[in-house]
Ligand binder design. Structure first.
Ligand SMILES: N[C@@H](CCC(=O)N[C@@H](CS)C(=O)NCC(=O)O)C(=O)O
Length: 227
């Protein structure tokens, strides 16, 4: 059995959940609390999540490396790399993602506490605030107040990707690693108050979730599955 150690709210973890779901791999999920590096190391062996535990007991971190390894370990399941997306297309998505990174995190940081296990856990919220505010140089309240400005600055990049996925169905005509990254990372935008995403983008999220059989929006934690 595969085990995914993740945070409910974490975009990088959502990428791997989507990949596992699309490949139809049975896995258990262990939701970790956002308590700090010592806690993360003690439960996963790594300082960042996601971490996957393979049936042989070995562990791996880094979302995109995990997804590439899933293709290697499970070659009879639908591919997420070779056969699904050309190297140049993946490079283009990665460049797009790197370009929007600062704007994206400033927008989604205040929305992610809507996930169970974060906003409802004061100790996790203390570490989350410290981490995000230190990194993004603004308070949660400030980011929340400035969301329309950040959204406006990202809108052209968002429209570009929306046009493309509306045209092809996914980033390419079939589901690929690019969709785990786009849908996983952008989902926090769906939780923005007073900002309505283009219907084509919402339709894409629905297609990705259906292809993977995974829901990306906040859901109550399953009992006994959090650390
Ligand atoms: N490049 C890593 C990034 C993973 C990452 O940054 N995860 C965050 C949660 S969203 C984390 O573990 N943060 C721990 C910390 O900030 O101390 C990946 O793609 O897996």
């Amino acid at each position: 059995m595969l085990t995914l150690i993740h945070f409910t709210f974490c975009p990088f973890c959502q990428r791997v959940r989507l990949a596992l779901g699309y490949k139809n791999l049975v896995f258990t999920e262990t939701a970790a609390r956002f308590y700090g590096p010592e806690h993360f190391r003690s439960i996963s062996g790594f300082e960042r999540l996601p971490v996957i535990v393979y049936p042989d007991g070995s562990r791996q971190g880094e979302s995109l490396e995990i997804i590439a390894e899933l293709d290697r370990r499970f070659p009879v399941t639908p591919p997420l790399h070779q056969g699904a997306i050309a190297v140049a297309d993946l490079e283009a998505v990665l460049a797009w993602r790197a370009r929007i990174s600062g704007m994206l995190f400033r927008l989604i940081a205040p929305t992610l506490p809507q996930y169970p296990g974060l906003g409802d856990d004061p100790r996790a919220m203390t570490f989350y605030r410290e981490r995000m505010e230190g990194w993004l140089g603004d308070t949660m309240e400030g980011l929340q107040a400035r969301r329309h400005q950040w959204y406006a600055s990202m809108e052209a990049d968002l429209n570009g990707i929306t046009d493309r996925v509306a045209r092809h169905g996914f980033y390419t005509p079939v589901f690929s690693v690019a969709d785990t990254l786009i849908a996983g990372d952008l989902t926090g935008l769906r939780l923005l108050e007073g900002i309505t995403l283009q219907p084509e983008l919402n339709a894409y999220f629905a297609r990705v979730e259906a292809a993977a059989g995974i829901s990306l929006l906040p859901e109550p934690l399953k009992q006994g599955q959090n650390l």
